[in-house]
Design a protein around this ligand. Sequence first.
Ligand SMILES: [Fe+2]
Length: 296
Amino acid sequence: MLTTLAVPAGVAGLGVAATSYAWAIERKAFRLRRVEVPVLPAGAPALRVLHVSDLHATPGQPWKVRWVRRLAELEPDLVIDTGDNLGGPGGVPVALEALEPLLSRPGAFVPGSNDWFAPRPKNPARYLMPDTGRRIHGDPLPWGELRNGFTDAGWVDLTHRRTTLSVRGVSVEIAGVSDAHLRADHYERVAGPVDSAIDVGLGLSHTPEPRVLDAFAADGFRLVLSGHTHGGQLRVPGVGALVTNCGLDRRRARGLSRWTDEMWLHVSAGLGTSPYAPVRFACPPEATLLTLVPAG
Ligand SMILES: [Fe+2]
């Protein structure tokens, strides 16, 4: 039997107003968050790490391109990009235009599932349901073109790779995995303890799946950087994120938190949205400048 719910006009009006705000204003209301992370050895100079994620670039987003380009004025020591740069076909030149001023800084990246496959329309209610593990891919995207644009400029592709950089005289070991959202992560390919001669180990994973975070922690990495959650994308004031779209608990959907006594997790709420849900509420798009400082 079908029943009809009568929605009071005032409630319906509020919903329309909130959706209009989320689409027209908040998704373009970029902010820079600044956090300090005590992970360096005593006496090391502070390192400024710019974390960008989930750009979801598509043609026709000049406001986003302008804001991201200006991030280069921060002159970070290191740029970390945790994936989902693309939002669909035609996104590669937009992403490269936005990130171009940052590509001259030292940088490293891992991909997210949206770098490989275009999103497909789906019922937004499914986002709030338990994850069935089923993934529906759109058409393949030209991830190789974007990756080459990054690596040609000097950024390091850390898809199942480890590298060591010297940043302002501080030795930084960085390891990355492929995207856990598609179960493409194979931590065993980068596993191994961070060398005791290294000043700090950083881990990169687009999706902050607990199994990946535990593996980085067990190997002595001090900070993992992730994206994917969009901070919940639609947050309820006073409650926070309703979902993380992965195994991470909702309290950690965005920002800095401790994963273990020794390891921190930073989750970026990201710069964009899916083209099929171009709204943000109580969760503005963001980039983060992390200042790594000596512990204690
Ligand atoms: Fe994303």
